[in-house]
Write a protein that binds this ligand. Structure first.
Ligand code: C6P
Length: 405
């Protein structure tokens, strides 16, 4: 396994944790930051910082241009047709809330149906449920198989004449299952139904082309693709965004504000970016996307596939360890349980060895419930992980078993 050999790009690894080299296996929760992202944000604050779109002075004009350039970087990264299809949000969670509160409030009425899967992260469940308290539409939930797979036939069966939108994840954060999103989109589109994709766990692992996918909306967070926290993206096709009302009001999203006349709003994307946006974070995100592009998503995908196969083999063959989520198509995530040991205890013992994993329901409680579990241990990979990290995880799990023997 050649490896990407990029660990040295990430300053966080220049430390030991509890006396051990840091083995970071929680990139699904948030990825570490390469030096170039940290430097881009620091440089910005040292040289170009001001508010955007408001000042007529040099710094404000400079930073406004950097912010809009960051939007174009995102546009090219996901191959959106137009830069105004990129809305900056605070993260995938806000991207969902925006679509639900803006598109949902206008286009859903009593009796309509929204199709989601049981694998969704809470960010693609709870906003819809909140809207249901105002509009009594139905959430049709596509079941999952015991291996964590979502069958295309089940998605097709859930789509009816009443379906107004299909909103599904591209990759499950809890299990790593890759969903058949191309097929889901083409089936929904044959019926004239738009599709929103949750790209949170896909964006850093595979090349995303929103035009090729033909997704109507695509959401992701910057912090999972080696960028800063507090920045996310909502891609929306021009025609979709154009018919959506603002979801928050404030500065920068208006054309004119009046007590006497109607207040009027900017065109997208500004209409959806009320107030001072996460400026430095957007610019940090652009630096992260440039970093990932330079590594090459094809290379990243191939390397992480090898890493996952190695991990499935190594961890899956440990006595007393059961892999959870064994769908044929998976990305960069390994969920498992150690028989007789609570996942939190597993996580705590692994931490004492310098190994960071997530233990819990992974904000996907309905998925866990369907599998008859409260929680799993989750190891999730990024570009800096190596086969040696998986070996360390295997040794850590042997220690867990020893302690609980
Ligand atoms: N999942 C995880 O450990 P935010 O929190 O807005 O950046 O992302 C929300 C979100 C939405 N969809 C998916 C598929 C996700 O994985 C996440 C975030 C993290 O799995 C934190 S719960």
């Amino acid at each position: 396994m050649a490896g990407l050999k990029v660990k040295q790009d990430f300053p966080v690894f220049n430390q030991t944790i509890h006396g051990h080299p840091l083995v970071y296996l929680d990139s699904g929760a948030s990825a570490q930051k390469p030096r170039c992202v940290i430097d881009a944000v620091t440089h910005l604050y040292e040289t170009d910082y001001a508010n955007i779109h408001r000042g007529v002075y040099e710094l404000s004009m400079r930073i406004s241009e950097c912010y809009e350039q960051a939007r174009r970087t995102v546009q090219h990264f996901i191959n959106a047709a137009h830069e105004d299809e990129i809305v900056f949000t605070s993260g995938a969670t806000e991207s969902f809330n925006l679509v639900v509160a803006s598109w949902g409030r206008i286009f859903l009425k009593e009796g309509d149906e929204v199709v989601v899967t049981r694998l969704e992260h809470h960010a693609n469940i709870v906003p819809w449920q909140l809207l249901q308290k105002q509009i009594p539409f139905t959430l049709r939930v596509v079941p999952i198989q015991s291996n964590g797979e979502v069958l295309l036939a089940d998605v097709k069966a859930a789509i009816t004449d009443k379906t107004k939108i299909v909103s599904v994840t591209q990759v499950s954060n809890a299990l790593g299952t890759i969903l058949p999103v191309e097929e889901i989109i083409s089936f929904a589109h044959e019926k004239g139904i738009p599709v929103m994709l949750d790209g949170s766990q896909a964006i850093s692992h595979t090349a995303v082309d929103v035009q090729k996918l033909d997704a109507d909306f695509y959401a992701f967070s910057g912090h999972k693709i080696y960028g800063p926290t507090g920045i996310g993206v909502l891609y929306g096709k021009r025609a979709m965004l154009a018919k959506m009302p603002p979801y928050q009001g404030g500065g920068d999203m208006i054309e004119t504000v009046s007590f006497e006349e109607q207040t009027t709003f900017q065109e997208p994307p500004m209409r959806f970016e009320a107030g001072t946006p996460p400026i430095a974070q957007a610019i940090g995100l652009a630096a992260a996307l440039d970093y990932v592009s330079a590594l090459g998503l094809d290379k990243i995908e191939a390397y992480e596939a090898e890493l996952l196969a190695y991990a499935i083999d190594k961890i899956g063959s440990l006595n007393g360890v059961r892999l959870v989520g064994t769908a044929p198509k998976k990305a960069a995530i390994l969920s498992f349980v150690v028989e007789g040991v609570h996942p939190h205890d597993v996580g705590t013992i692994l931490d004492s060895e310098g190994i960071a994993v997530r233990a819990g329901h992974h904000c996907a409680q309905p998925a866990m419930e369907a599998l008859g579990l409260m929680a799993t241990v989750r190891a999730s990979f990024g570009v800096y992980n190596t086969k040696e990290d998986i070996d360390a995880l295997a040794r850590g799990l042997e220690k867990v078993k020893e302690i609980f023997a």
